[in-house]
Design a protein around this ligand. Structure first.
Ligand code: GLY
Ligand code: MN
Ligand code: MN
Length: 366
């Protein structure tokens, strides 16, 4: 059976559990997951006995190519999406409609309610996202590919890094290299942060030059056309500062311990706690201000989260980042980020790049 159909059938069971038989999928990434269609501005109306994609003429050909066999309702130019939704609901005589509360706008909800005053609207949250947490074999293959593309580009960066290059130039070159190797694009705008700028976990690349600091933090990832990777490495480009060495060791230790704990049945918050305690014991507890990691897939940040308040229990097929960091304002930060697959009996680190500080020392000043 087609894998998108398998996903839709699983979703039907969740929709039924939520007390309705129809779900309007308004999150475009969820529409992609459920149909294979990669365009935007289109919804999926999932009934217990079938489904229809609601779209517009810009996408007719693409829909035919990407999800043949799925019923389509292509609205005419000048027709509002809400009219199409209302017509589909009316013709299927739908009295109770589940909506995706995290993506439907208040305006659309009000418009639908205005057109169909008798319709009962049932907000749901995370039904499709729950399914997306567990990757199938094809998705794992694509995630591996997304990791490889990012790693190849980084190898070029390491070989060509020069002190006169700015953070922004390096970020742009990294993006270009990922695309040359076959990526559609970067998973997000790469972070290239020299010296003290690396204390900003989401630093935006500036005109600061690589040679102005002794180390540089690079956080980047590739999108292979659908799936995303997300990695971080710190490269030593100048003096090997003892403080960098000490902090790097703590972060590396926190990451290694957390990864060692990843296996099915373990609570995501416990994995976060292991890294957090390691960093706190070394005296840097207040300097790790974000969660330990997040799921990877069609989006670069998706469920599950490895965080103190996460309720998730790890299951085979989940793919998460493990990215502890220590950030000291005015001095700099160290983060190491790798991508990890939960397997049946433990885990597999999908990234294969060097992680030891000794392997991150570049002679780019000579
Ligand atoms: N690149 C953003 C993050 O690591 O989550
Ligand atoms: Mn990252
Ligand atoms: Mn990340």
């Amino acid at each position: 059976m087609d894998r998108h159909q398998v996903r839709r059938d699983k979703l039907r069971r969740l929709v039924k559990k939520a007390g309705t038989e129809v779900l309007l999928v308004t999150n475009f990434t969820n529409v992609t997951y459920l149909t294979g269609f990669t365009g935007e501005d289109s919804y999926l109306l999932l009934r217990h006995d079938g489904e229809v994609v609601l779209s517009d003429p810009r996408y007719t050909t693409q829909l035919g190519e990407e999800c043949p066999g799925v019923d389509l309702h292509i609205r005419r130019p000048g027709t509002e999406m809400v009219e199409v939704v209302a017509k589909a609901l009316r013709s299927a005589r739908i009295g109770r409609l589940a909506i995706e509360a995290d993506s439907m706008s208040v305006a659309l909800r009000d418009q639908i309610a205005g057109k169909l005053p008798k319709l009962e609207i049932v907000p749901t949250s995370g039904l499709v996202e729950q399914l997306r947490q567990i990757k199938d074999r094809d998705e794992v293959t694509r995630l591996r590919q997304a990791v490889r593309l990012a790693e190849k580009a980084f190898a070029v960066l390491k070989a060509t890094l020069r002190p006169e290059k700015t953070e922004k130039q390096v970020a742009d070159e990294l993006e270009y290299q990922m695309r040359l190797f076959g990526a559609k694009e970067g998973s997000f705008a790469s972070i290239v942060a020299v010296g003290s700028r690396s204390a900003l976990p989401h630093a935006v690349p500036t005109d600061r030059r690589i040679g102005e600091g002794d180390f540089v933090l690079v956080d980047w990832g590739a999108n292979d056309g659908l799936y995303n990777s997300d990695l971080t490495r710190v490269l030593v480009t100048g003096k090997i500062l003892p403080k960098v060495k000490r902090i790097y060791r703590v972060v590396q230790d926190a990451q290694a311990r957390a990864i060692a704990a990843i296996r099915p049945g373990v609570a995501a918050h416990d994995v976060d706690a292991i890294a957090r305690e390691t960093i706190a014991k070394a005296g840097f507890g207040r300097c790790f201000g974000h969660g330990l990691g997040h799921g990877l897939g069609l989006e670069v940040h998706e469920a599950p989260r490895l965080a103190a308040n996460s309720q998730t229990v790890l299951k085979p097929g989940m793919v998460v980042t493990v990215e502890p960091g220590i950030y000291l304002r005015g001095w700099g930060g160290v983060r190491i980020e790798d991508d990890v697959l939960v397997t049946r009996d433990g885990n597999e680190v999908l990234t294969s790049m060097a992680r030891r500080l000794e392997e991150s020392i570049l002679k780019c000043h000579v």
